[in-house]
Ligand binder design. Structure first.
Ligand code: ATP
Ligand code: MG
Length: 247
Protein backbone atom coordinates (compact mmCIF):
# COMPACT_ATOMS: atom_id res chain seq x y z
CA UNK A 1 0.00 0.00 0.00
CA UNK A 2 1.35 3.42 -0.84
CA UNK A 3 1.36 6.45 1.42
CA UNK A 4 -1.32 8.19 -0.60
CA UNK A 5 -3.68 5.28 -0.25
CA UNK A 6 -4.25 5.77 3.48
CA UNK A 7 -4.20 9.55 3.89
CA UNK A 8 -7.08 10.86 1.87
CA UNK A 9 -8.79 13.31 4.26
CA UNK A 10 -6.77 16.48 3.56
CA UNK A 11 -4.43 17.58 0.78
CA UNK A 12 -2.01 19.26 3.18
CA UNK A 13 0.63 17.26 5.02
CA UNK A 14 2.41 20.03 6.95
CA UNK A 15 1.28 23.63 7.45
CA UNK A 16 3.45 25.95 9.52
CA UNK A 17 2.32 29.48 10.22
CA UNK A 18 4.26 32.22 12.02
CA UNK A 19 6.50 29.74 13.83
CA UNK A 20 9.14 31.15 16.14
CA UNK A 21 11.16 28.85 18.38
CA UNK A 22 14.48 28.64 20.20
CA UNK A 23 16.43 27.44 23.20
CA UNK A 24 16.67 28.89 26.69
CA UNK A 25 15.28 32.25 25.69
CA UNK A 26 17.47 32.53 22.56
CA UNK A 27 15.22 32.74 19.54
CA UNK A 28 16.51 30.67 16.59
CA UNK A 29 13.52 30.53 14.21
CA UNK A 30 11.77 33.73 13.21
CA UNK A 31 8.19 33.79 11.93
CA UNK A 32 8.42 30.76 9.62
CA UNK A 33 5.45 29.94 7.35
CA UNK A 34 5.22 27.24 4.68
CA UNK A 35 3.02 24.40 3.52
CA UNK A 36 3.80 20.93 2.17
CA UNK A 37 1.10 19.23 0.13
CA UNK A 38 0.81 15.47 0.35
CA UNK A 39 3.20 13.67 -1.94
CA UNK A 40 5.58 16.63 -2.25
CA UNK A 41 9.33 16.22 -1.77
CA UNK A 42 10.82 19.47 -0.49
CA UNK A 43 14.44 20.33 0.33
CA UNK A 44 15.21 22.47 3.38
CA UNK A 45 18.57 24.08 2.67
CA UNK A 46 20.73 26.42 4.70
CA UNK A 47 24.25 26.93 5.99
CA UNK A 48 25.54 25.39 9.23
CA UNK A 49 23.55 26.73 12.14
CA UNK A 50 20.83 28.29 9.99
CA UNK A 51 18.13 26.45 11.96
CA UNK A 52 17.31 23.39 9.82
CA UNK A 53 17.43 20.91 12.72
CA UNK A 54 15.63 23.33 15.00
CA UNK A 55 12.81 23.56 12.47
CA UNK A 56 12.77 19.80 11.87
CA UNK A 57 12.53 19.03 15.59
CA UNK A 58 10.10 21.91 16.28
CA UNK A 59 7.62 20.16 13.99
CA UNK A 60 7.68 17.30 16.51
CA UNK A 61 7.14 19.50 19.54
CA UNK A 62 10.75 18.98 20.62
CA UNK A 63 11.74 22.65 20.85
CA UNK A 64 10.22 25.39 22.95
CA UNK A 65 7.86 27.26 20.69
CA UNK A 66 7.53 30.98 21.11
CA UNK A 67 4.64 31.54 18.76
CA UNK A 68 2.89 30.19 15.69
CA UNK A 69 0.84 27.24 14.61
CA UNK A 70 1.75 23.78 13.28
CA UNK A 71 -0.79 21.60 11.51
CA UNK A 72 0.01 17.99 10.58
CA UNK A 73 -2.35 16.04 8.32
CA UNK A 74 -5.19 18.39 9.17
CA UNK A 75 -4.74 18.44 12.97
CA UNK A 76 -3.56 21.54 14.81
CA UNK A 77 -0.72 19.98 16.87
CA UNK A 78 0.54 23.26 18.35
CA UNK A 79 1.69 22.58 21.90
CA UNK A 80 1.17 18.82 21.68
CA UNK A 81 3.65 16.40 23.26
CA UNK A 82 6.04 14.72 20.79
CA UNK A 83 4.61 11.22 21.17
CA UNK A 84 1.14 12.53 20.37
CA UNK A 85 2.36 14.40 17.28
CA UNK A 86 4.04 11.22 16.06
CA UNK A 87 0.64 9.51 16.04
CA UNK A 88 -0.45 12.03 13.41
CA UNK A 89 1.44 10.08 10.74
CA UNK A 90 4.71 12.01 10.70
CA UNK A 91 8.15 10.62 11.55
CA UNK A 92 11.59 12.14 12.01
CA UNK A 93 14.84 10.56 10.84
CA UNK A 94 17.07 12.66 13.10
CA UNK A 95 20.46 14.12 12.26
CA UNK A 96 23.05 11.56 13.38
CA UNK A 97 20.70 8.65 12.52
CA UNK A 98 18.72 8.13 15.74
CA UNK A 99 19.22 4.40 16.16
CA UNK A 100 20.10 2.65 19.42
CA UNK A 101 23.73 1.48 18.96
CA UNK A 102 23.61 -1.18 21.69
CA UNK A 103 20.54 -2.86 20.24
CA UNK A 104 20.58 -5.19 17.26
CA UNK A 105 19.03 -4.25 13.95
CA UNK A 106 16.08 -6.48 14.78
CA UNK A 107 15.61 -4.95 18.23
CA UNK A 108 15.73 -1.44 16.79
CA UNK A 109 13.01 -2.36 14.31
CA UNK A 110 10.90 -4.12 16.93
CA UNK A 111 10.93 -1.03 19.12
CA UNK A 112 9.56 1.09 16.29
CA UNK A 113 6.99 -1.56 15.35
CA UNK A 114 5.87 -1.96 18.96
CA UNK A 115 5.28 1.73 19.21
CA UNK A 116 2.89 1.64 16.24
CA UNK A 117 1.05 -1.55 17.17
CA UNK A 118 -2.21 0.33 17.77
CA UNK A 119 -2.12 2.22 14.45
CA UNK A 120 -5.18 1.25 12.41
CA UNK A 121 -3.20 0.71 9.20
CA UNK A 122 0.01 -1.31 9.58
CA UNK A 123 1.35 -1.32 6.07
CA UNK A 124 5.00 -1.72 7.16
CA UNK A 125 6.02 -4.79 9.17
CA UNK A 126 9.45 -6.09 10.12
CA UNK A 127 9.11 -8.72 7.39
CA UNK A 128 8.38 -6.07 4.78
CA UNK A 129 11.43 -4.10 5.94
CA UNK A 130 13.63 -7.19 5.52
CA UNK A 131 12.13 -7.91 2.09
CA UNK A 132 12.61 -4.32 0.96
CA UNK A 133 16.06 -3.84 2.47
CA UNK A 134 18.00 -7.13 2.23
CA UNK A 135 21.09 -5.50 3.75
CA UNK A 136 19.20 -5.07 7.00
CA UNK A 137 17.95 -8.65 6.81
CA UNK A 138 21.53 -9.92 6.46
CA UNK A 139 22.59 -7.93 9.50
CA UNK A 140 19.49 -8.45 11.61
CA UNK A 141 21.37 -9.85 14.62
CA UNK A 142 24.24 -7.36 14.48
CA UNK A 143 24.43 -4.48 16.92
CA UNK A 144 23.62 -1.21 15.19
CA UNK A 145 26.98 0.20 16.29
CA UNK A 146 28.69 -2.26 13.94
CA UNK A 147 26.77 -1.14 10.84
CA UNK A 148 28.22 1.09 8.14
CA UNK A 149 26.97 4.67 7.98
CA UNK A 150 24.75 3.83 5.03
CA UNK A 151 23.27 0.81 6.78
CA UNK A 152 22.59 2.86 9.91
CA UNK A 153 20.80 5.45 7.83
CA UNK A 154 18.77 2.72 6.19
CA UNK A 155 17.85 1.38 9.63
CA UNK A 156 16.77 4.85 10.76
CA UNK A 157 14.57 5.20 7.67
CA UNK A 158 13.10 1.74 8.26
CA UNK A 159 12.28 2.71 11.85
CA UNK A 160 10.43 5.76 10.56
CA UNK A 161 8.46 3.59 8.11
CA UNK A 162 7.51 1.16 10.87
CA UNK A 163 5.70 3.97 12.68
CA UNK A 164 3.38 3.87 9.62
CA UNK A 165 4.00 7.58 8.97
CA UNK A 166 3.04 9.02 5.58
CA UNK A 167 5.17 12.13 6.04
CA UNK A 168 8.87 11.73 6.77
CA UNK A 169 11.26 14.47 7.83
CA UNK A 170 14.89 13.55 7.15
CA UNK A 171 17.51 15.70 8.86
CA UNK A 172 20.77 15.66 6.86
CA UNK A 173 20.45 12.05 5.69
CA UNK A 174 23.64 12.27 3.61
CA UNK A 175 25.86 13.55 6.44
CA UNK A 176 29.05 11.50 6.74
CA UNK A 177 28.16 9.08 3.94
CA UNK A 178 30.32 8.15 0.96
CA UNK A 179 29.12 9.21 -2.52
CA UNK A 180 28.22 5.57 -3.19
CA UNK A 181 26.16 5.24 0.00
CA UNK A 182 24.42 8.53 -0.80
CA UNK A 183 23.52 7.19 -4.24
CA UNK A 184 22.38 3.76 -3.07
CA UNK A 185 20.76 4.52 0.27
CA UNK A 186 19.54 8.07 0.06
CA UNK A 187 18.76 8.57 -3.60
CA UNK A 188 17.70 4.95 -4.04
CA UNK A 189 15.60 4.46 -0.91
CA UNK A 190 14.21 7.95 -0.47
CA UNK A 191 13.54 8.17 -4.22
CA UNK A 192 11.48 4.99 -3.95
CA UNK A 193 9.46 6.48 -1.08
CA UNK A 194 8.83 9.56 -3.17
CA UNK A 195 7.54 7.48 -6.06
CA UNK A 196 5.20 5.69 -3.63
CA UNK A 197 3.60 8.99 -2.63
CA UNK A 198 5.25 9.73 0.70
CA UNK A 199 5.56 13.37 1.69
CA UNK A 200 9.21 14.22 2.30
CA UNK A 201 10.94 17.17 3.94
CA UNK A 202 14.68 16.77 3.50
CA UNK A 203 16.99 19.07 5.47
CA UNK A 204 20.38 19.04 3.75
CA UNK A 205 23.70 20.78 3.30
CA UNK A 206 24.26 18.60 0.24
CA UNK A 207 22.32 20.64 -2.28
CA UNK A 208 23.12 18.41 -5.25
CA UNK A 209 21.75 15.37 -3.48
CA UNK A 210 18.67 17.14 -2.16
CA UNK A 211 17.78 18.47 -5.60
CA UNK A 212 17.85 14.99 -7.08
CA UNK A 213 14.85 14.25 -4.89
CA UNK A 214 13.07 17.53 -4.27
CA UNK A 215 10.91 19.52 -6.64
CA UNK A 216 10.79 22.51 -4.30
CA UNK A 217 13.33 24.30 -2.14
CA UNK A 218 13.00 26.14 1.17
CA UNK A 219 16.03 28.15 2.32
CA UNK A 220 16.71 29.12 5.90
CA UNK A 221 19.16 31.91 6.64
CA UNK A 222 19.79 32.83 10.29
CA UNK A 223 16.50 31.23 11.25
CA UNK A 224 14.43 33.11 8.68
CA UNK A 225 12.77 31.47 5.69
CA UNK A 226 14.20 33.51 2.82
CA UNK A 227 13.08 31.43 -0.19
CA UNK A 228 10.30 29.03 -1.13
CA UNK A 229 10.17 28.04 -4.79
CA UNK A 230 10.62 25.38 -7.46
CA UNK A 231 13.93 23.51 -7.78
CA UNK A 232 14.50 24.47 -11.42
CA UNK A 233 14.20 28.21 -10.73
CA UNK A 234 16.42 27.85 -7.66
CA UNK A 235 19.12 26.03 -9.66
CA UNK A 236 19.12 28.76 -12.28
CA UNK A 237 19.47 31.53 -9.69
CA UNK A 238 23.15 31.66 -8.80
CA UNK A 239 22.83 34.97 -6.98
CA UNK A 240 20.27 33.42 -4.62
CA UNK A 241 22.54 30.44 -3.96
CA UNK A 242 25.51 32.73 -3.31
CA UNK A 243 23.63 35.05 -1.00
CA UNK A 244 22.00 32.47 1.24
CA UNK A 245 24.11 29.33 0.87
CA UNK A 246 27.52 30.85 0.17
CA UNK A 247 28.00 28.78 -2.99
N1 ATP B 1 20.16 22.33 22.01
C1 ATP B 1 20.49 23.58 21.71
N2 ATP B 1 20.63 24.51 22.68
C2 ATP B 1 20.98 25.78 22.37
N3 ATP B 1 21.20 26.23 21.12
C3 ATP B 1 21.09 25.36 20.12
C4 ATP B 1 20.73 23.98 20.36
N4 ATP B 1 20.70 23.35 19.16
C5 ATP B 1 21.01 24.28 18.23
N5 ATP B 1 21.25 25.47 18.79
C6 ATP B 1 21.59 26.71 18.10
O1 ATP B 1 20.54 27.02 17.21
C7 ATP B 1 21.05 27.51 15.98
C8 ATP B 1 20.53 26.65 14.84
O2 ATP B 1 21.08 25.33 14.97
P1 ATP B 1 20.56 24.11 14.11
O3 ATP B 1 21.19 22.90 14.68
O4 ATP B 1 19.09 24.17 14.04
O5 ATP B 1 21.15 24.46 12.67
P2 ATP B 1 21.32 23.53 11.39
O6 ATP B 1 20.90 24.37 10.24
O7 ATP B 1 20.64 22.25 11.60
O8 ATP B 1 22.89 23.31 11.32
P3 ATP B 1 23.73 22.04 10.74
O9 ATP B 1 23.68 22.15 9.24
O10 ATP B 1 25.11 22.27 11.27
O11 ATP B 1 23.10 20.79 11.25
C9 ATP B 1 22.57 27.51 16.11
O12 ATP B 1 22.97 28.81 16.48
C10 ATP B 1 22.82 26.54 17.23
O13 ATP B 1 23.99 26.86 17.93
MG1 MG C 1 21.23 20.28 11.61
Amino acid sequence: MTAQAFSAQTATAIAVSGLSAGYDGVQVLHDISFTLQKGEAVALLGRNGSGKSTLATALFGMEPQVSGQITIHGADVTGWASHRIARQGIALVPQGRGVFPDLTVEENLDMAALWSRKQPCRSWTRERVFDSFPRLAERRRFHSASLSGGERQLLAIARALLTQAQTIVLDEPSEGLSPRAIEEVIIGTVGQLKSEGYTLLIAEQNMTMALQLAERVLILDHGTLVHDGGSAAFLADEALQREHLGL
